[in-house]
Design a protein around this ligand. Structure first.
Ligand SMILES: [Zn+2]
Length: 197
């Protein structure tokens, strides 16, 4: 897999907007959080599966783990070395371990842990890292013996100028929609039974 940054950024932004967001609309309407994920083939960047958070059913069904659950329940290819993992938000420690145990050698994410804390009022990722492992924000190994992780904003920034503006426009459009969904979740969360809501 050797895609130019603008190619992979454009494809993942499209998947986030057109495949993950519609599922997340439904999820947030059911009372779940805004976090989603998708799995794509490295060979042609086609979508294998998209998913979203379902903590209303089970507090372990974060967007990533719920997507992996559905990925393994469906028939078809399961060689994760040939696949890309995309997470709308930088995975929590449970999810990054799940991605590791599933054998992926990569993940890409749109929002950082700091965004989850500051823009989404979900501080649990960073708090768990600090309380369990003593790590501050940015303190884990974003590249390690198992995988490399990539922040989508870095790929957009590395894109050629002729393509960058369109990618930045799409990024802004996606953020506006997530802000709206986050407000819906935050205003309803006092009524749910999710342990870390
Ligand atoms: Zn998680």
């Amino acid at each position: 897999m050797d895609y130019a940054p603008e190619v992979i950024a454009a494809r993942l932004l499209d998947v986030m907007e057109k495949d993950v967001l519609p599922l997340t609309h439904q999820g947030v309407n059911s009372g779940a959080k805004v976090f989603g994920a998708a799995i794509l083939k490295k060979s042609d960047l086609s979508l294998v599966i998209a998913g979203t958070n379902n903590e209303i059913e089970n507090p372990l069904w974060h967007g990533e783990v719920h997507t992996l659950k559905q990925f393994y329940e469906r028939p078809g290819e399961k060689n994760t070395k040939d696949l890309i993992f995309f997470s709308t938000h930088e995975p929590c420690t449970m999810c990054m371990s799940a991605i590791t145990w599933a054998g992926f050698d990569n993940y890409y994410y749109f929002y950082s842990h700091e965004d989850s804390r500051d823009a989404f009022a979900i501080p649990h990722d960073l708090k768990i890292m600090k309380e369990l492992y003593g790590l501050d924000a940015g303190g884990y190994h974003r590249q390690n013996a198992f995988w490399k992780s990539f922040y989508l904003g870095d790929l957009v920034a590395a894109s050629p100028e002729a393509r960058r503006a369109a990618l930045q426009d799409q990024t802004a459009r996606i953020k506006t929609e997530y802000d709206r969904l986050s407000n819906v979740y935050q205003s309803s969360k006092s009524a749910n039974a999710i342990p870390l809501n």
